[in-house]
Ligand binder design. Structure first.
Ligand code: MN
Length: 247
């Protein structure tokens, strides 16, 4: 008697991939709804998970993970990249940092697809030894206004130039992209294994990908708020969820 997984029988559709989305400590889930919607529309099953997991729960979660989505949120604790807190540093959530760093390193090691969004690209960079600007306006004079949270979520703040031939440029089908911008921090020194694949007009890194990995991509903008725009649609989420094993 063979106990093949049910989905191997041709009559059964392949299960939709399980996408882990870590959340902040004690944070309500409404904030994550745009991510949940985008992942579902792209064919994945979003699974929100809060921090403070013990070792065993983390292992169990990781073993059921087909892909990792690191969402937007507050600032990463600068001591995680060897810096003292800047006066303009926002609130940090160390439990969330720890969970996301652990899952990011695990997904990178196992070749599981990862999509990092806003705070997510910053977490990916820190997970691999990179550093961040803790506050762009004060630490990087001459920067564009990247923190545009007074506008609606889909407000186009600036353009980004994509690296020709990159996974990102191929996914989006273009080499320039209008994007929203809701960040006061940014990628400074790149972590190990990444290549910068999008830049803002002021030179700031707005996306990075890991060439040796099947799908590891971080973007500084918020694609989950731009799916109504023809230049964006579901392209990024569809490519990510497909890499996670969606039929
Ligand atoms: Mn920006």
């Amino acid at each position: 008697m063979h106990y093949l997984p049910l989905w191997r029988k041709s009559a059964m559709p392949r299960p939709r991939p399980s996408i882990i989305i870590p959340t902040g400590s004690g944070q309500s889930t409404w904030y994550y709804q745009p991510y949940v919607d985008a992942v579902q529309k792209a064919g994945g099953i979003p699974r929100l998970t809060s921090p403070d997991l013990d070792e065993e729960a983390l292992e169990a979660l990781a073993s059921r993970m087909d892909g990792l989505l690191l969402a937007g949120g507050g600032d990463v604790d600068p001591c995680l990249y060897g810096q003292a807190p800047h006066p303009a540093l926002g609130r940090v959530d160390r439990a969330r940092d720890d969970l996301e760093l652990a899952l990011a390193r695990l997904a990178l090691r196992r070749g599981l697809p990862i999509l990092g969004i806003c705070r997510g690209i910053q977490v990916l960079n820190v997970a691999t030894g990179g550093t961040l600007y803790q506050d762009l306006p004060s630490e990087r004079p001459g920067s564009l206004q990247h923190g545009c949270s007074q506008f609606p979520a889909d407000h186009i703040a600036h353009e980004v130039t994509l690296e020709p031939g990159s996974l990102l440029a191929r996914t989006m089908g273009r080499e320039a992209l209008p994007v929203n911008s809701r960040h006061h921090q940014g990628v400074d020194r790149l972590g190990e294994g990444w290549r910068a694949v999008a830049h803002a007009p002021d030179g700031l890194v707005e996306a990075m990908e890991a060439p040796g990995h099947p799908f590891a991509l971080g973007v500084q903008w918020h694609p989950e708020s731009l799916i109504g725009l023809p230049e964006h649609g579901l392209r990024l989420f569809a490519a990510f969820v497909r890499a996670c094993g969606a039929p």
